[in-house]
Design a protein around this ligand. Sequence first.
Ligand code: SF4
Ligand code: SF4
Length: 146
Amino acid sequence: MGWFNVESIHTLDEISLDQWDLLCDGCGICCLYKVNDEHTSSTYLTRVACRYLDMEQCTCRLYAQRQTYMPTCVKITRKNVLELDWLPETCAYRRIAENKPLPWWHPLRGGRRGLVHELGISVRHMAVAEKHADMNNLARYITENW
Ligand code: SF4
Ligand code: SF4
């Protein structure tokens, strides 16, 4: 597992391609289905996980091809990160874009991989599998837990 000194990073522009994925803490929250309110244009997270999310590891089972198999999968970039207001406040991409420090438990701040699950921040044991959800009524799964 790689590491770099995130304390010296102030903007996402300073992060190399090699470092980019290391920012992800593996919470899996961005892999929950979202519901758009067409009246307010607001987007809400649901508790239902994308079919490609490994719900125990909270990782994508098709990461390299994710947007081929899941066209609604949103790739987080320097350009769009501040528009994705459904990203959790803990998400490192969001925090750096908002000029905030990473949380103490983040692996790049000395926390270890897995703490995100132990602290109950990830979707592990919290999300609903797509096969068990009423996909015609996703709105019933809207949650503000994240
Ligand atoms: S919300 Fe952010 S930290 Fe969590 S899995 Fe998605 S990209 Fe990674
Ligand atoms: S395709 Fe993979 S990265 Fe994209 S939402 Fe689904 S699980 Fe997450």
